[in-house]
Design a protein around this ligand. Structure first.
Ligand SMILES: N[C@@H](CCC(=O)N[C@@H](CS)C(=O)NCC(=O)O)C(=O)O
Length: 250
């Protein structure tokens, strides 16, 4: 039975799972759960993921949510996934878990909190919150500086000083790509001081070509259009814009 992967391309952890499947030639069926249509709160989807978030997978009778758990499962259960994604070496694995756990409390919280509260909330029918955005931006800046000074301090191109990417590079890089929804000045202000982070993103894109760029292209086309419409003061367009724009570019 084919692996089913439930995603919305607007979601960073969803993209990480899709890219992982594609780069490792894992056969899967992509099932869209459109957050802008609140499909994640439908009773049918609650059967897949009781937490009502994307991504989630169904592999035969086995159901799983949380992108990091999914990446670990896929790397462990599917033959043919190269060792560098999730090395067999127990110390390397433990360090990857360390980055992934850190990510949830720092980079993910900062990035998702900032983008949602400063920009994207209306896409999913929520109000913007400037105060929460300011708090999250501080955490995001702090997280970027820790990636620059700590996680990228080794001699290799990737996190933890590795020469090849792991699931940690994939997860964190997809998160940072979401910053592209911000305006250029803001984006440069956040990433400008972090040259190693910028180089690492480029190296990750290159190592994961063409799937990394493909997964991000469609969503940024959608978000660009959505941002232009919002800045022109066009309201209540989320519903009508999101579906065709995303679909048209997939
Ligand atoms: N820790 C989860 C985060 C999942 C998550 O936050 N998903 C968001 C999209 S990026 C979602 O489904 N949001 C819908 C909601 O919470 O209503 C993971 O890594 O899978």
């Amino acid at each position: 039975m084919t692996l089913k992967v439930y995603i919305d391309p607007i979601s960073e952890p969803s993209r990480a799972v899709i890219i992982f499947c594609k780069i490792n030639d894992i056969d899967f069926e992509e099932v869209r759960v459109e957050l802008s249509k609140r499909e994640n709160v439908s009773p049918e989807y609650k059967e897949i993921n009781p937490m009502r978030q994307v991504p989630a997978i169904v592999d035969g009778r086995f159901k799983l949510f949380e992108s990091h758990a999914i990446l670990i499962y896929l790397a462990s259960a599917f033959p043919g996934v190269s060792n560098h994604w999730y090395p067999a070496d127990v110390f390397k694995r433990a360090k990857i878990h360390s980055v992934l756990d850190w990510h949830h409390s720092f980079l993910r919280r900062g990035t998702a909190g900032y983008i949602m509260n400063s920009t994207l909330a209306p896409v999913v029918g929520r109000p913007l919150n400037p105060q929460a955005a300011a708090e999250a931006r501080k955490l995001l800046s702090y997280s970027l500086s820790k990636i620059e000074s700590f996680w990228l301090k080794g001699s290799g191109k990737f996190l933890l000083g590795s020469n090849q990417p792991s699931i940690a590079d994939l997860s964190l890089a997809c998160q940072i790509m979401q910053l592209e929804v911000l305006d250029e000045k803001d984006l440069n202000g956040l990433l400008g001081p972090h040259k190693k982070v910028q180089q690492w993103i480029e190296d990750t894109k290159y190592a994961l070509r063409p799937h990394f760029d493909e997964a991000h292209k469609a969503v940024f086309t959608f978000l660009e259009r959505w941002k232009k419409q919002s800045s022109r003061g066009v309201n209540n367009e989320t519903e009508s814009l999101s579906k065709p724009a995303l679909r048209a570019n997939m």
